[in-house]
Design a protein around this ligand. Structure first.
Ligand code: SF4
Length: 405
């Protein structure tokens, strides 16, 4: 089928019950920002991230209290938990003891070969995968010196060095990330890595910053790779409520056709001089009420009935304004006309009915007069706007200029 992404073949690993790599769907990860020692606060955030679309959640394990808290969090979590480990390899052992489903090690700050091998052996014993999580901002000093900076080749070299240590002790339950805050470098690093290994890859643009720039950077890097078939699990690293990053990750996968739509896809026209209503306000109101319903439908908000139903004919449901009325349409066919003030409520009511009864049944229940009224309104508007555009006068002026001397 056209438009389908051909995914690169990778080995499959399992983070708890979530398969990563191989033919598994691309998964969404996020990370808590609470103090891990705060068990209830952290769990509440894990639940919120799960609700927003995260399949896997990472939690920092930065001291003994955090490791102890993980022992309470893991059995109560709705999703597999990965412990994020920096500097102290013993905390990786403690996190395994706490029952985590995955470890993330940063090769830039856990550098001793015997420490890494000790962790790998313990992880193998527990059946827990390790992410080799290379980050341009905390690259192994020797590698940084060899390459003269955090270039893509340096990130890949750091990952390969760590993987060799793991493979030396027979450990292959690996996924890898080579994150960079510079989007083209991030993309290059993952491309190089994809050529070098068949382990599953975790994609991310590190320290992307607050939205909207952080979102744009993340989407640019992650989507470019996913469309090439590279990437098995993703994380947006936003300076924002992590619920936003989970939501964004999930939406990106849905928009790329890599995950089934489970929530609302709201499309709206950008508005133009023809708009008969405040499209921006109506679209925002529609988004708010429809998102709360969590229905897997595509809904269009269009500024005018002249072009709206046609332009948005692929949407399951939509509304277009004209002459103080809202024209509700399903798959491009106008099925009901409502007063303009009731546009959002009408969308909500119809969305619920569509989810319950299906498209065919709702088309069969259409008000036959609605399409006629919409058609007449569209003609009226087109005529009026044609006049407003002084079409005849301007055509005459153009002909005047073009007339031979
Ligand atoms: S649907 Fe109508 S208002 Fe919206 S951009 Fe198209 S022509 Fe303009």
């Amino acid at each position: 089928m056209t438009g389908m992404v051909q995914r690169r073949q990778t080995r499959q690993i399992h983070i708890g019950g979530v398969a990563v790599g191989g033919d598994a769907p691309v998964s969404v990860q996020s990370m808590t920002i609470t103090k891990t020692a705060d068990v209830d606060g952290t769990l509440a955030q894990v639940y919120a991230l799960h609700g927003a679309g995260a399949d896997i959640v990472r939690i920092t394990c930065n001291d003994v209290e955090a490791a102890q808290a993980l022992a309470e969090i893991v059995p109560r979590s709705p999703v597999p938990i990965i412990a994020d480990i920096h500097f102290q390899y013993r905390l990786a052992l403690a996190a395994l003891e706490a029952g985590v489903a995955g470890l993330r090690l940063n090769p830039g700050n856990i550098r001793k070969e015997d420490h890494i091998k000790t962790v790998a052996q313990a992880a193998a014993g527990a059946g827990v995968p390790i992410r080799v999580g290379v980050n341009a901002g905390s690259l192994d000093k020797d590698i940084l010196a060899d390459y003269g900076g955090p270039v893509p080749e340096a990130l890949v070299a750091s990952a390969l060095k760590e993987i060799r240590y793991l493979e030396d002790v027979g450990f292959g339950d690996i996924k890898i990330s080579v994150k960079h805050s510079h989007v083209p470098s991030m993309v290059d690093a993952y491309r190089l890595l994809a050529d070098a290994v068949d382990y599953p890859l975790h994609l991310g643009v590190t320290e992307a910053g607050p939205p909207p720039a952080g979102l744009i950077k993340s989407v640019a890097g992650i989507a470019a790779l996913l469309l090439e078939g590279i990437g098995d699990t993703i994380r947006f690293s936003l300076t924002a409520d992590p619920v936003e990053e989970a939501k964004a990750g999930r939406q990106l996968l849905e928009f790329l056709g890599l995950r089934e739509r489970r929530g609302l896809d709201l499309i709206a026209c950008p508005s133009c001089g023809r708009a008969e209503v405040d499209v921006i306000r109506i679209a925002a109101e529609a988004r708010d009420v429809l998102e709360a319903e969590n229905l897997p439908i595509q809904v269009a908000v269009m500024g005018c009935v002249v072009n709206g139903p046609g332009e948005a004919r692929e949407a399951d449901l939509g509304i277009a304004a004209g002459r103080g009325r809202g024209h509700l349409f399903i798959k491009g066919r106008v099925v009901r006309v409502v007063p303009e003030a009731e546009m959002v409520q009408a969308l909500l009511d119809e969305a619920r009915l569509l989810a319950r009864d299906g498209i065919e049944a709702r088309l069969a229940a259409a008000d036959e007069t609605a399409a006629v009224e919409a058609h007449e309104t569209a003609i009226e508007l087109r005529t009026a706007q044609g006049d407003a555009n002084r079409a005849a006068e301007r055509r005459a002026a153009v002909a005047e200029v073009a007339r031979p001397e």
